[in-house]
Design a protein around this ligand. Structure first.
Ligand SMILES: [Zn+2]
Ligand SMILES: [Zn+2]
Length: 152
């Protein structure tokens, strides 16, 4: 049990991670920590603006890991309360009480989302120097940073 939980999601062999547009459900991949230092703000296919691009698998994994993390925090607080309470009971007095606390088992995490290495076309948005992998189905791609449309 620790105060810090790191949730990591694997990338593909090229360092890209899958993202999903909540508006058109299009899947694409971005590489964090390279290219633009601005956050992903537009879907490359439909151009919709947004700030949450997790795939369903990533979301399920992160939410479950987050719940376990919250449970950890609650558990340690309750344990501390239990210790304090037991310490403060007068010894040899008439009243004795004891609190005990059993942490509930953590829910098992869903599998870490797998990242496939299926070859995908790569597009570079020169306006923001941002590279993505896309599914090749769209003739026009929007820059995922600034939203500018260009031919794929
Ligand atoms: Zn979209
Ligand atoms: Zn741009």
């Amino acid at each position: 049990m620790s105060d810090q939980t790191t949730i990591s999601i694997p990338t593909d062999d090229d360092g890209f991670i899958s993202q999903k547009c909540p508006t058109c459900s299009g899947l694409f991949k971005v590489k964090h920590g390279e290219g633009s230092d601005k956050p992903l703000a537009h879907c490359p296919y439909c151009g919709a603006a947004g700030d949450d691009w997790f795939t369903d698998e990533q979301r399920a994994y992160i939410e479950a890991a987050g719940r376990n993390f919250a449970l950890d925090l609650v558990s340690s607080e309750l344990e501390e309360m239990t210790r304090d309470f037991n310490r403060e009971m007068p010894r040899g007095g008439f009243i004795t009480a004891e609190m005990s606390f059993t942490p509930s088992p953590e829910e098992p995490l869903p599998p870490v989302p797998a990242e496939s290495n299926e070859p995908m076309p790569v597009a570079l948005f020169e306006c923001c120097n941002e590279r993505i992998k896309h599914d090749g189905s769209s003739e026009v791609l929007h820059c995922v940073i600034c939203g500018t449309a260009s031919k794929a």
